[in-house]
Design a binder for this molecule. Structure first.
Ligand code: RRO
Length: 316
C-alpha cells in the first residue's frame, strides 16, 4: 500500500529518518534498519574527519511545535559510514549523507563512497546551517553549480555500471519564486535523482521567556528550526521542486502525524523523512505514522501513493 520508488530504488515503505536524528552510531542505524515501518535509512551527514560538533546544549524542543538545533555536524568521519563491515549489516536501502567542509572534501568522500556497492546512494547536504564560518551552499548558487558539476561527474562513474545508484540533494528552504527557478535550473543540468526538501530553517532564535535566555549554547543561541512550525515552508518547497524538476522529491519538515505525511505526498513527495518528531518519540513514530497514513488512505479511497502523489487541487 505505501511502497514507493526513489530514482530506480524500491522502498517497501515511504518512511525514512531525516539525516541527523538517531543515525550517527551503529546501534541507531541498526534500529532503523530493523524497523518494519522504515523503507530506507540515511546516515548522519559525514565529513572527511571525525567531528565532535558544537558544545552542549545543542538541541531544544517544546514537545511538538518547534525544535532548534545547532549540532555542528558531529559524526565519526566518512570512513565509518562507508565501511563494508557496517554497510553489510543493512537489509534496507542505505543512503550516505555527505556534508564535506569544502569542495575537495565532498569530492573525496563521493569518490570513496561510490566504491561501496552496498550503498544505495548519496544525499549531498547543501544546507547545514550550523558550522561556524561555513555558509549554506544551497544559498550560494555559483558554488552550488560548481559542486554539482564535479560531484555529478564522479557519481556518473558509478551510475554507468549501476542504474540503481541514487544521487540526491538536501536543500535548504527557499522563500522566493526567483530562487526556486534558479536552483531548479541548476539542478536540471545534472543527473540528480532525488531532492530532499527541506533542511531546518537556518539561524532561527528561540527565547525562554522565564529565564530571559537563549535555549541552546552555540552561536549565541541561533540554530536550525524544525517541528510543525516549518510545515508550510516544507510543503511549498516540495511542491515547487516537484513542478520544476524531474527529480523524485523526499518531503521533510513538520511531519508529526499521518495528515502531515499525506499533505507532503499530495504536494508531490514520493517519500518522507521525519526529524523532530523522530527525535521526540523514538523509533515507534514510524509505526504510528504508517497506521495514521493508512487510515487516511482508506477513508479517502486511495490504494497506493501514486493515487494522490502530487494531486493537490488548485483553485481556478
Ligand atoms: O549537524 C547539524 O548541526 C545539522 C546539520 Br549537518 C544539518 O544538515 N541540519 C541541521 O539542522 N543540523
Amino acid at each position: 500500500m505505501i511502497e514507493t520508488k526513489l530514482g530506480n530504488i524500491f522502498l517497501d515503505k515511504c518512511f525514512m529518518n531525516a539525516s541527523g536524528v538517531y543515525c550517527k552510531n551503529l546501534d541507531e542505524l541498526l534500529e532503523l534498519n530493523n524497523s518494519n515501518n522504515v523503507g530506507a535509512i540515511i546516515s548522519k551527514s559525514c565529513t572527511l574527519e571525525l567531528r565532535h560538533g558544537n558544545p552542549n546544549p545543542i538541541y531544544w524542543d517544546d514537545g511538538k511545535t518547534v525544535s532548534i538545533n545547532s549540532s555542528g555536524l558531529p559524526n565519526h568521519g566518512y570512513n565509518f559510514y562507508i565501511d563494508e563491515n557496517l554497510t553489510s549489516k543493512f537489509t534496507k536501502p542505505y543512503f550516505l549523507s555527505i556534508s564535506g567542509l569544502c569542495i575537495e572534501d565532498n569530492i573525496k568522500i563521493v569518490e570513496e563512497s561510490i566504491k561501496n556497492t552496498q550503498i544505495s546512494g548519496i544525499e549531498l547536504n547543501l544546507s547545514c546551517p550550523n558550522v561556524i564560518g561555513k555558509p549554506q551552499i544551497g544559498y550560494d548558487f555559483e558554488v552550488m553549480d560548481l559542486i554539482l558539476l564535479e560531484v555529478n561527474k564522479i557519481v556518473n562513474i558509478r551510475k554507468n555500471v549501476d542504474k540503481q545508484f541514487n544521487f540526491g540533494l538536501k536543500l535548504p528552504p527557499y522563500f522566493d519564486f526567483s530562487h526556486f527557478d534558479k536552483v531548479a535550473n541548476i539542478i536540471n543540468k545534472y543527473n540528480i535523482d532525488t531532492i530532499t526538501c527541506i533542511n531546518s530553517l537556518g539561524n532561527g532564535l528561540v527565547v525562554d521567556y522565564e529565564s530571559e535566555s537563549v535555549v541552546i549554547k552555540p552561536k549565541g543561541g541561533f540554530g536550525g528550526i524544525g517541528g510543525t512550525v516549518v510545515k508550510p515552508i516544507a510543503l511549498a518547497n516540495v511542491r515547487k521542486f516537484s513542478e520544476l524538476t524531474n527529480c523524485d522529491i523526499i518531503g521533510c519538515g513538520g511531519i508529526s502525524n499521518g495528515k502531515d505525511v499525506f499533505e507532503h505526498i499530495l504536494c508531490g513527495a514520493k517519500a518522507v523523512q521525519v526529524g523532530t518528531q523522530f527525535y521526540i518519540e523514538g523509533i515507534q513514530v514510524f509505526e504510528r505514522l504508517e497506521n495514521e497514513l493508512l487510515d487516511i488512505m482508506k477513508e479517502k479511497g486511495y490504494n497506493k501513493i501514486s493515487d494522490f502523489c502530487g494531486k493537490l487541487n488548485i483553485i481556478n
